[in-house]
Design a protein around this ligand. Structure first.
Ligand SMILES: [Ca+2]
Ligand SMILES: [Ca+2]
Length: 287
């Protein structure tokens, strides 16, 4: 009896099962309603002195979720420009288990496909940039630690992300980039710098990732000319991950730049937000 071979067979079977099941072993399946957006804001312009107007909206579920998965959400990216294989959401194998949790990249769809960000001739780059992470203290608060983006530490500021945990698997979060961030990213990311963001919640042994798309908020493909949005919301990961929370990572996706005219989505978003997006969407859809 070759123990190594037996273990290999068992892990292969687990991987095949894992392809059909969300996560492996003890982890429960996530629900898109675990994490919701409850407010959306937008700056008055793209200049540094812009003012913010915030609207409360009908709670909006994540567009998609992944997990729960056993283990940690590692490796984090090193170059951090969304290249294929650079970081877990870009298809890197999970550090401890070697599992391919996000083959080809996380939350890739027809509307939000991979592209050739690296410029090597292959459209295989998922585009996920890790903005940073908050480790939660015992009192449910923590400080956001930004990541360098392409070696540049001036892009992501410590003010971009806050999380408050109630200690029972619930709490609130806010993604609050400054008005001028798009112009700081343009040299690295081009005109289209953002089209999805993801929150990754990690408790003691498991994690789950929750994805929101720009399309959910009425501007499917924001360009640097569209004033920056803020997003605030709630989380309840108690059914998926349990009551503990050790950290929350924040990611945003850089798509290929598009040769399209600016979308007339700014006023559309504010109107939809004020009225409650879900109801409005349903009415439009029924026409
Ligand atoms: Ca490429
Ligand atoms: Ca881009």
């Amino acid at each position: 009896m070759n123990l190594k071979k037996t273990m290999l067979a068992a892990s292969t079977a687990a991987m095949i099962l894992g392809a059909a099941l969300p996560g492996t072993a003890s982890a429960a399946a996530c629900s898109v309603s675990d994490v919701q957006v409850t407010s959306v804001g937008q700056f008055s312009s793209t200049s540094a002195d812009a003012t913010m107007t915030t609207y409360n909206i009908a709670p909006m579920d994540a567009a998609a979720c992944a997990g729960g998965y056993d283990g940690n959400d590692m490796p984090k990216p090193s170059i951090n420009l969304g290249y294929a294989g650079d970081g877990l959401l870009n298809g890197a194998l999970q550090t401890r288990t070697g599992e391919d949790l996000f083959p080809g990249g996380a939350f890739i769809t027809d509307e939000y496909p991979t592209s050739d960000l690296r410029g090597d001739g292959t459209a295989d780059d998922p585009g996920w940039v890790m903005l940073g992470r908050i480790d939660l203290n015992r009192d449910g608060t923590g400080t956001f630690v930004p990541e360098a983006v392409g070696g540049d530490t001036s892009i992501v500021l410590a003010s971009f992300f806050t999380v408050t945990s109630n200690g029972d698997g619930t709490g609130t979060w806010a993604f609050t980039p400054d008005a001028a961030v798009a112009s700081r990213t343009e040299a690295l990311f081009g005109k289209n710098y953002f089209d999805q963001f993801a929150l990754v919640f990690k408790q003691a042994r498991e994690f789950a990732a929750y994805d929101f798309t720009a399309a959910q908020f009425g501007v499917a493909h924001p360009s640097v000319d569209v004033p920056i949005f803020h997003f605030g919301g709630t989380f309840d990961i108690s059914k998926t991950l349990g009551r503990g929370l050790s950290h929350v990572s924040l990611w945003a996706r850089d798509p290929a730049s598009l040769n399209t005219v600016p979308e007339p989505g700014v006023l559309g978003l504010l109107g939809l937000a004020a009225l409650g997006l879900a109801g409005v969407r349903r009415r439009f859809a029924s026409r």
